[in-house]
Design a protein around this ligand. Structure first.
Ligand code: ZN
Ligand code: ZN
Length: 296
């Protein structure tokens, strides 16, 4: 995990080097803007590395619920950087429109740029897959950003090949504009999914049903469960609910039921935090004796 983030920084620097070289060789403004976007990638890789370090810190006195949400900061920053990159590309398009000049050694420059694009595409795929299996929004956002960078590079590549072959300079800026709009769309998506986490969004409906099933299967001796609330913070899932038991049940016995439910949830859901509020039967919301442990 943390190793992946370190490699992200290394890969980002290598790709930036290739793209800067491609720009240097050709003098193409499109390749220049492509290299600028890679600079954003390097900053984003540092941010993702920092966020993953912080989010893995155990809970402490200042942050008793843990540090999971640090990953959303990096994901939001990443979304903002994507938007900045799109604006940089549009600026470059305008500049190249104003003063068009023929490219120097276009094929050599495009070959160097192509190597950078292949490295980026492979790396983005690795990051997205690792981030999804590890529930890490920072890694997924990082991978998605690099994938938009690949789309940019392919657009620029195709545009430049077309421009060189046909001599139509307009192909270059026209394709760059399409690519910039696509990147803006991606940035909006990355920011939106991180805002959900910052807003304490509940688990999705399938996960909610699974949680209810686990609680129902392990709450023998209790009368009812109600007010189930869930929220997701990075890799962690927080669950809380009210557990109705017979008002005369000893505390020791109701605590045993709570421990059994907590253990079952911890066995099924990674990084889960459970808080159960025990109540006597006069707090029940459903008529008594309907099913084993119905949810209100
Ligand atoms: Zn209640
Ligand atoms: Zn306890």
């Amino acid at each position: 995990m943390a190793t992946l983030a370190v490699w992200s920084i290394v890969v980002a620097f290598v790709v930036l080097g290739f793209k800067a070289a491609a720009w240097w060789i050709t003098g193409s403004v499109a390749l220049y803007s492509d290299a600028l976007e890679s600079t954003v990638n390097v900053i984003a890789a540092f941010a993702a590395y920092w966020a993953i370090q912080v989010s893995h810190k155990p809970a402490d006195d200042d942050h008793p619920f843990g540090h999971h949400k640090a990953e959303y900061f990096s994901a939001v920053l990443e979304g903002v950087l994507i938007v900045v990159a799109a604006l940089l590309i549009l600026t470059e398009v305008w500049r190249s429109w104003q003063n068009a000049a023929p490219l120097e050694q276009p094929w050599k420059g495009l070959a160097v740029n192509g190597v950078a694009t292949v490295i980026n595409a492979v790396w983005a795929g690795i990051l997205i897959r690792a981030g999804r299996s590890d529930k890490s929004p920072a890694l997924v956002a990082d991978g998605q950003h690099i994938m938009t960078d690949v789309v940019t590079s392919v657009g620029v590549f195709v545009g430049l090949v077309g421009a060189v072959l046909t001599g139509w300079r307009i192909l270059d800026p026209a394709l760059a504009v399409i690519v910039a709009l696509n990147i803006l769309w991606q940035g909006w998506h990355v920011i939106g999914s991180s805002l959900n986490g910052l807003m304490d969004r509940a688990v999705d409906i399938q996960e909610n049903i699974r949680i209810r099933d686990i609680i129902s299967a392990n709450s023998k001796g209790a009368i009812e469960v109600h007010d189930l609330k869930t929220r997701i913070a990075g890799r962690a899932t927080f669950i809380e609910f009210h557990l109705i038991v017979d008002g005369d049940m000893p505390v020791r016995e109701s605590h045993l039921i709570c421990d059994r439910i907590e253990d079952a949830l911890k066995a099924e859901i990674p990084s889960v935090r459970v808080v159960i509020h025990v109540e006597p039967d006069d707090e029940a919301k459903l008529p008594r004796g309907t099913t084993a442990v119905p949810f209100a």
